[in-house]
Design a protein around this ligand. Sequence first.
Ligand SMILES: Cc1cc2nc3c(=O)[nH]c(=O)nc-3n(C[C@H](O)[C@H](O)[C@H](O)COP(=O)(O)OP(=O)(O)OC[C@H]3O[C@@H](n4cnc5c(N)ncnc54)[C@H](O)[C@@H]3O)c2cc1C
Length: 290
Amino acid sequence: MKPPAFAYHRPETVGEALDLLAELGEEAKILAGGQSLVPLMNFRLAVPAHVVDVNGLTELTLSAQRGGVLRLGALTRHRELERSPLVAGAAPLLAAAAPFIGHPQIRSMGTLGGSLSHADPSAELPGCVLALDATVVAASARGERRIPAGEFFASHFTTTLESDELLVAVEVPVPAGRVGCAFTEVAARHGDFALAGAAAVVTLDDAGVVTDARVVCAAVAPTPVRVAAAEKLLTAGLPGGLTEVETAVQDSLDPTPELKVSARYKRRTAGVLARRAVEAALADAEGRAA
Ligand SMILES: Cc1cc2nc3c(=O)[nH]c(=O)nc-3n(C[C@H](O)[C@H](O)[C@H](O)COP(=O)(O)OP(=O)(O)OC[C@H]3O[C@@H](n4cnc5c(N)ncnc54)[C@H](O)[C@@H]3O)c2cc1C
């Protein structure tokens, strides 16, 4: 199928893009990697009158680490997350999750900004940015706004971005000391969207005690979910062992069933995946020098 006719815009600067978005409002859709928007347009589930292609905005491709923060431009491709030494060193959770996204062709085109803005509940990167306590930087003709990942995802395919806002970058705190992380998921076939997924980030002190933990499940609710009960168990020293993490996650979730799997399957699988992610994150942290 082909999309209905639309007006195509290709701004050359961020300022030009923001002026266009301010002028066109709800009539416009931003085109980044096109891996979600183009299929939606072809199926006529999205029928924007205007498409604003941001691929000419070099500024959005830049990534750099300054001090304790890694700033990734919105046009960072999934493939770069997977392969970049900068990302591997400063945000290894993103590097670990990226290979689970679709297939190489999709990862070559799809972008970090597009994945977060699209906010598919089954996507990998939204859960990871939540687990990393990242900040989304949004710009509009009205100025710039910084949105904590915990306040960015509103519901299925819905974020707190306004229609005139462009996601320009994502800022990730760079781990210092003994921080370990892991991502894992189950999908029907490799490259399919996750049926359930889990990310864990843990911090150990010099004595090997967990001082901070973030456990996030994906594909079990309209937005990625932080599981506070599991995090509490970790900072309490896991009195009942890792199995408690699994149970805490299963008790905390109330998943939405989907065509392929039941809510019960998702709940049980998310618990197992969270336990595995926590175990791997702990091992990762233990392997790092104090
Ligand atoms: C066969 C197939 C399999 C896939 N499998 C997976 C998978 O397993 N996991 C997964 O996570 N994804 C998967 N995807 C989707 C892929 O990751 C997309 O890249 C991603 O969802 C959207 O990124 P994009 O850059 O392609 O965005 P686009 O498709 O260009 O845009 C998506 C949406 O975000 C908006 N948008 C894009 N960039 C910005 C911005 N900077 N600021 C504000 N709004 C913006 C657009 O207007 C649009 O509404 C798959 C896609 C396909 C076709």
